[in-house]
Design a binder for this molecule. Structure first.
Ligand code: NAI
Length: 252
């Protein structure tokens, strides 16, 4: 099934992890794909069809960067149908130990960039009645211990997704987000080799395992497709049932 033939898709954070899986999925389904990352996404792009693939190496947290990406995309592929704001970083620690630099870096990368990307893409998305899919997190639906900047940023993405869905609905532009639970990527590499951490997650996640990037990519593709034509403003958990819990411990 090639749901995205002739469609043009921008994916940020496409050099690794979830973004790489998302870019591969759209490409497999026929799309022209623009891979954006501050690390060179060329190694990923090399395994995709050359005529339908473009790379942009830049930092998405600055206001002008996504403007540039959209301009280059339109100049190469004549338009834009889907924007996936996925690039993100993580900072952890006791709130008293979070530096100004850490705070601003996480907010700039995980939240500011999403707004800048949406704003830059808007004229093109309005023209083609396109859509936006943001990578939020279960950490935007509730809070974690020791992750205050990340929780603030991802909570911002969750509500920004809703706000934009309201404002853009009249133009036929849909805005949704995926909220993954712990996923096997570069960001979580250390956790994936820590058996004690993995055991705790297996106990808390009803499906008893961590998520694979391709499982998030499948939901992103669904939300961007016509199969989701009446879904907007949704923050969809991809978490193996984690957020179904009210937080009380199991009794057996
Ligand atoms: P990752 O570290 O494998 O990929 C993130 C990519 O974003 C990297 O290639 C990195 O170079 C790029 N990036 C970071 N800052 C950037 C910037 N300023 N400009 C351009 N590119 C930048 O991590 P992962 O897990 O694939 O993360 C993707 C998204 O998924 C992030 O928004 C993350 O917060 C979110 N997420 C990840 C979860 C996990 O457990 N791995 C769970 C829930 C959400």
């Amino acid at each position: 099934m090639e749901r995205f033939n002739d469609k043009v898709v921008i994916v940020t954070g496409a050099a690794s992890g979830i973004g790489e899986a998302v870019a591969r999925r759209f490409s497999e389904e026929g799309a022209n794909v623009v891979l954006v990352d501050r690390n060179d996404p060329t190694p990923v792009a090399k395994s995709l069809p050359e005529a339908r693939t473009m790379v942009c190496k830049l930092d998405v947290s600055t206001p002008r960067a996504m403007q540039e990406v959209v301009e280059q995309t339109v100049s190469r592929f004549n338009g834009l149908d889907v924007l996936v704001n996925n690039a993100g970083i993580f900072a952890a620690g006791d709130p008293a130990d979070i530096t100004d630099e850490d705070w601003h870096k996480v907010i700039a990368t995980d939240l500011d960039s999403v707004f800048y990307g949406c704003r830059a893409a808007l004229p093109e998305l309005r023209r083609r009645r396109g859509c936006i899919v943001n990578t939020a997190s279960v950490s935007g639906l509730g809070a974690d211990w020791g992750m205050s900047p990340y929780n603030a940023a991802k909570g911002g993405v969750v509500n920004l997704t809703r706000a934009l869905a309201l404002d853009l609905g009249k133009d036929g532009v849909r805005v949704n987000a995926v909220c993954p639970g712990l996923t096997r990527t570069g960001m979580t590499r250390d956790m994936m080799t820590d058996e004690a951490v993995l055991t705790k997650f297996r106990e808390r996640v009803p499906l008893g395992r961590v998520c694979e990037p391709s499982e998030v990519a499948a939901v992103v593709a669904f939300l961007a497709s016509d199969d989701a034509s009446f879904i907007s403003g949704a923050n969809v958990p991809v978490d193996g049932g984690l957020t179904a819990s009210n937080g009380q411990p199991p009794q057996n």
